[in-house]
Design a protein around this ligand. Structure first.
Ligand code: BEZ
Length: 303
């Protein structure tokens, strides 16, 4: 039995007249009668009471009508739902740590949207460690952070090492200097962020002091980068920011580079190890394009 038999049968059962059903189906009446006969032969019993005017269904015919209608609707649903699969929007979510928002992240997101206009892109702020969990749970597809981590299910790509800068109150004697060292900051109150959760960018800075045999005199915790800069503007201390934070220029604060090239913060991209989708490949490629365009030093990894 073919779907065609069902459509023809339902048309005749609806019209209760073979001639009108044939007109509705745009086929010749003898051809329609043959198809109904074929169906009855296949089932081995009559579906219509012969000679009745208008045509009446037999008991088997009524049973067949109910179920044939369901089958036809299911087949229509199958066709439309399958066609829709190609149209369903893909989703892509990037997790990021706040400080990346002041640098290249907006450009990365803009280019990704341009390259994949049909993809529903979302951005979610979260710590590097939250990104690892979210990647494993499948709630994000790529994470951008600064804290190194190890997880067998996560692929970590070091995108670049971003230089660090000191943020100093504009009226502080250190603001007179063109460049600074971490040692210069030791007598000052060092404002660290984010406050929680740890390990975070704050620990990266403390480690940089420690690696050089130094320790900041006094530390104060701030919730995030913007708050930290606000405290610097208020003369409460000094802080260390990634260079991309230069976009956050504010009155009362000056930024000074360090005279040591190795004072950097990693920019890390995290992905699920098994994920080599066109989206993650394209994301990495467009980040490298931006670096090349902007002359940003980096080492490229391949998939
Ligand atoms: C970057 O600053 O290098 C960066 C920021 C966000 C995403 C990718 C790269």
């Amino acid at each position: 039995m073919e779907l065609r038999h069902i459509r023809y049968f339902l048309a005749v059962a609806d019209e209760r007249n073979i001639t009108r059903a044939a007109e509705k189906l745009h086929i010749a009446q003898p051809a329609l009668s043959r198809q109904i006969q074929q169906l009855e032969d296949l089932l081995g019993l009559p579906l219509f009471i012969r000679g009745s005017r208008p045509l009446d269904l037999t008991e088997a015919g009524r049973h067949f009508q109910t179920h044939a209608l369901q089958l036809l609707n299911q087949s229509k649903h199958l066709i439309s739902s399958t066609r829709n699969i190609g149209k369903v929007e893909a989703k892509f979510t990037m997790g990021f740590v706040g400080s990346l928002l002041y640098g290249l992240l907006p450009e990365v997101a803009r280019r990704f949207k341009e390259a994949h206009p049909h993809v529903d892109l979302s951005l979610q702020e979260m710590t590097t460690l939250e990104q690892i969990r979210a990647l494993k749970e499948g709630t994000i597809d790529a994470g951008f952070g600064r804290v190194r981590h190890e997880d067998p299910n996560i692929r970590r790509i070091l995108l670049r090492e971003e230089p660090l800068m000191a943020a100093i109150p504009a009226n502080h004697p250190l603001a007179e200097r063109e460049s600074l060292s971490l040692q210069d900051l030791c007598p000052e109150t060092l404002i660290l962020y984010p406050e929680a959760p740890r390990p975070s960018f704050a620990d990266l800075i403390l480690q940089a002091f420690h690696d050089r045999g130094l320790a900041p005199g006094r530390t104060v915790d701030a919730r995030e980068l913007q708050v930290s800069l606000g405290l610097v503007a208020a003369g409460m201390g000094v802080t260390v920011i990634p260079k991309s934070g230069l976009g956050l220029q504010r009155p009362g604060v000056v930024f000074r580079p360090f005279d040591e090239e190795r004072l950097v913060s990693p920019v890390l991209m995290s992905l699920r190890v098994e994920d080599d989708s066109i989206y993650v490949r394209s994301l990495l490629a467009l980040i490298y394009d931006i670096y090349r365009l902007e002359g940003i030093q980096h080492v490229e990894e391949t998939f």
